[in-house]
Design a protein around this ligand. Structure first.
Ligand code: CAA
Length: 288
């Protein structure tokens, strides 16, 4: 196999949405130079501003000094030119959950990035193997799955595709640890571990709501008080994003072929209506 780029100073993050900007923040806080790329300057600027606001809140809470905040922000660079990923020693993709688009992106990253650079995908449920074989370095492609909100959630699932080399798995696990996260290693399988369990639960909550069994507030209250979940499944669906949730449910349904993974029709309707949860201002709840 190609020599792995083990000395990592600059981390590339592709996709400046909720997950991408959160991952970028985690990497910058861990001391890496971070290059964040998305298709428009507006998306990149919005992500950098949101990260700056969150860091400012940490300063206000006394969890970060003003100097540390400035140092973290100075490690970020935004761009709309994916070719700039040539400067990166490790790349994490966090774009939307569309396999064809991800494969195209990995093909491009493979052309742009130095040989030996590991390309990781934050996909929630898609096949790492299928993404990997779109490149000429399938042994250097792995999953690195963060959880929302990335700066808060401690877990990273390190996903081994069929072609992923052991050294790649080790490097991604080490990077997760350097980011201050707790890695678990999982074999490629739809939804890996967390989403295989969590996503059907959120889908089930939407079925309950659709059937009129209880109100959204009471479904969430029931799971918070009856199962000690930090937030209820419908509030969690709003946090994850209903478009992301639907994409994962559809992947589970298609790949595992079982009816128990069928998306609730109400979930489809919400996505069609553009009610995507927190990020669009409305989902099962309204957001300011
Ligand atoms: N970004 C950054 N920080 C955030 C944040 C965000 N979006 N949301 C909350 N925080 C921080 C807050 O600033 C606060 O920090 P301090 O402790 O330093 O003050 C801390 O998190 C706690 O926040 P709050 O007090 O406002 O609210 P909370 O106690 O309810 O915690 C939560 C918020 C951490 C999100 C909590 O509700 C929770 O753990 N929810 C479950 C989250 C979860 O299950 N995520 C996985 C989703 S599935 C997924 O991501 C996989 C996928 O592929 C679909």
């Amino acid at each position: 196999m190609a020599d792995l780029a083990r000395e990592i100073k600059t981390v590339g993050v592709v996709g400046a949405g909720t997950m991408g900007r959160g991952i970028a923040r985690v990497a910058a806080e861990a001391g890496f130079q971070v290059l964040l790329v998305d298709v428009t300057q507006e998306l990149v600027d919005r992500a950098l501003q949101a990260n700056d606001r969150e860091l400012q809140r940490m300063v206000e809470k006394g969890k970060l000094s003003a100097e540390e905040r400035a140092a973290v922000m100075a490690r970020f660079k935004g761009t709309t030119d994916v070719a700039e990923m040539a400067a990166c020693d490790f790349v994490i993709e966090a774009i939307f959950e569309d396999l064809a688009v991800k494969k195209d992106l990995f093909r491009r990253l493979d052309e742009i990035c130095r040989p030996g650079v590991v390309l990781a995908s934050n996909t929630s449920a898609l096949s790492i193997t299928e993404i990997a074989v779109a490149t000429r370095r399938p042994q250097l492609v792995a999953g690195m799955h963060f959880f929302n909100p990335a700066p808060v959630m401690k877990l990273v699932e390190v996903v081994r595709g069929l072609t992923t080399a052991d050294e790649t798995v080790d490097l991604v696990r080490d990077m997760a640890a350097r980011f201050g996260k707790e890695p678990v290693i999982v074999k490629e399988s739809p939804g890996f571990v967390v989403n295989r369990i969590l996503v059907p639960m959120m889908n089930e909550a939407i079925w309950l709501l659709q059937e009129g069994v209880a109100s959204a507030e009471d479904i969430d209250k029931a799971m918070k008080l009856g199962a000690n979940h930090p937030i209820g499944p419908l509030a969690l669906a709003d946090l994850v994003g209903l478009d992301v949730l639907l994409a994962v449910v559809e992947t589970l349904h298609r790949e595992l072929g079982e009816d128990k993974y069928r998306p609730a029709p109400l979930l489809r309707q919400m996505v069609r209506a553009g009610r995507l949860g927190r990020k669009s201002g409305a989902g099962f709840y309204q957001y300011a």
